[in-house]
Design a protein around this ligand. Structure first.
Ligand SMILES: Cc1cc2nc3c(=O)[nH]c(=O)nc-3n(C[C@H](O)[C@H](O)[C@H](O)COP(=O)(O)OP(=O)(O)OC[C@H]3O[C@@H](n4cnc5c(N)ncnc54)[C@H](O)[C@@H]3O)c2cc1C
Length: 470
């Protein structure tokens, strides 16, 4: 590409362009998942929405593929690409609270903790995920499940509006009143429809929670899984718990004899009135005494960041998921078979409830369609050492294949690698055709292809990178 073209872009921007010859290029091209190793032609580190429009126009004029980076935490590494332009929000982390409406406006470079740190100062939170440092942008566009899902719904159920740059460079707001079709599509449909430059969320009063993990011996795992699947959907919506197979770290609070041993656990988060907490935890305490319990009161942002230090950037990640019913019978047999073989210290399997308020939204009210699935399951092969890539990948794939017959058919798009067009379709089931219509209207030539791609209904469009299988 001619240097004058790049120079022209550089002088037009408020942010900056990072090129392969720049000192910080190698750092800037990295995403969260250490398995992903892509070499973009240039990175446009945007300062504002005008920069985003300039970057879109630049990519169009020069026919260069585009990737969009919010927090860069996507497991499949969809925030970057080889030989294209990365439109990068690393420096756009503005957040603003409106006390009159209890809303938070956030720029797309924010992590969840950036958003909820501001919220916390006003005793509020936006429902998001269970690891605070992950990006709010990709999480929101895919759905957003976490500790407040049962009480206040998915992150998208709390999204009021989004400012967007579309494929033709135009700038719009998507909300219930403006471009309602686009607003429907971005609530679960990922980055397929345009680039969000600002999210407006409804926050809720969540000053303090009571939470933390309880652990049981692996020999109790069958009963814990059975009990968890039965108990959770009937529990108060103030209470959230996710099940995990895991290996405790060789560190506090774990006694030495538990270090590295496979255990099962449930990580609880109670967000209701403190005077009702004891009643909410009573059936849990009556079920079976854990071998270790670290549950206590803490600010919601502390709960959301409880595991941040465990999973820093740069680890090898391979993950796959299913939406599932309550595990029973043979499904539990498969869980025990693979859950007992967690291959490395950080690898894990989680079962997240997505019922309560999230299930009261109809399956065609937003693009996220699995509103009737009680649980979202994710199998995560994780390790710092690239030499273990095959090990964690094989465990994840085998576990996934063994539990697929008991799944509801699809998965959460934010828990996918690049798994091919059929898996994307399955993630949206009955909402898929409508998503194709909206994609065709807003991005007819698939300019935004680096995502869990929904192809427009036109011939000759770019084939998305994500049509490979993994
Ligand atoms: C440790 C860890 C824990 C997690 N826990 C949860 C959890 O509890 N709940 C949950 O729901 N998910 C969870 N996730 C998954 C998470 O939702 C995804 O990884 C998500 O993609 C992260 O968002 P991001 O902004 O960092 O994504 P990125 O990697 O930046 O981007 C992901 C996709 O979104 C697109 N995108 C990003 N920003 C924009 C934008 N501004 N406009 C348009 N498109 C954009 C990208 O192009 C890409 O296709 C977790 C992930 C990790 C790594």
């Amino acid at each position: 590409m001619k240097s004058e073209i790049i120079s022209k872009l550089k002088t037009s921007l408020r942010g900056r362009v990072i090129l392969p010859e720049d000192q910080d290029y190698n750092e800037a091209r990295k995403v969260y998942n250490g398995m992903i190793d892509k070499y973009p032609r240039l990175i446009v580190r945007c300062a504002n929405a005008a920069d985003v429009r300039l970057a879109v126009a630049f990519a169009r004029e020069n026919d260069v593929p585009v990737a969009v980076r919010g927090g860069g935490h996507n497991g499949a590494g969809l925030a970057t690409c080889d030989d294209g332009v990365v439109i990068d929000f690393t420096n756009m982390k503005g957040v603003r609270f409106d006390p009159s409406a209890s809303t938070i406006r956030a720029e797309p470079g924010c992590s969840q903790v950036d958003v909820n740190h501001l919220g916390h100062s006003f005793g509020c939170a936006v429902p998001a995920g269970v690891v605070g440092l992950t990006g709010i942008a990709g999480l929101t566009l895919g759905g957003g499940t976490g500790y407040l899902t049962r009480k206040y719904g998915l992150t998208i159920d709390n999204l009021l509006a989004a400012d967007m740059v579309l494929a033709d460079g135009s700038f719009v707001t998507a909300s219930a009143e403006e471009h309602p079709d686009l607003f429907w599509a971005i609530r679960g449909g990922g980055g397929n429809f345009g680039i969000v430059t600002s999210f407006l969320y409804q926050a809720h009063p969540v000053p303090q929670v009571i939470g933390g993990p309880m652990f049981w011996d692996l020999s109790d795992a069958r009963e814990v899984l059975e009990w968890f699947g039965e108990f959770m959907p009937g529990a108060s919506e103030d209470l959230y718990g996710f099940f995990a197979f895991l290996r405790p770290q060789p560190a506090d609070p774990f006694p030495v004899d538990l270090h590295g041993k496979v255990l099962c656990g449930i990580i609880w988060c109670y967000c209701g009135p403190p005077e009702r907490a004891e009643a909410a935890f009573k059936p849990i305490r009556e079920f079976r005494k854990p071998i270790l319990e670290v549950v206590g009161p803490m600010p919601y942002i502390a709960m959301q960041s409880l595991f941040d230090d465990l999973v820093p950037s740069g680890l090898q990640w391979y993950w796959k998921g299913h939406f599932v019913n309550r595990p029973t019978g043979e499904a539990i047999d498969r869980h025990l078979e693979f859950g007992s073989q967690v291959p490395t210290l950080l690898s894990t399997m989680h079962l997240y409830p997505i019922d309560g308020a999230a299930a009261r939204v109809g399956r065609d009210e937003t693009a996220f369609s699995y509103r009737d699935a009680p649980f979202s399951m994710v199998i995560c092969g994780i390790d710092p050492d690239p030499a273990n890539t095959d090990l964690i990948t094989k465990w994840t794939r085998d576990y996934w294949a063994a539990t697929k017959p008991y799944s509801l058919g699809g998965t959460y798009v934010n828990f996918m690698m690049e798994e091919g067009a059929d898996r994307v379709r399955a993630a949206y089931r009955g909402n898929f055709d409508r998503l194709v219509e909206i994609k065709t209207k807003y991005d007819p030539d698939n300019f935004f292809a680096r995502n869990q791609n929904i192809q427009p209904r036109a011939s000759g469009v770019k084939v998305a990178n994500s049509q490979k299988t993994a």
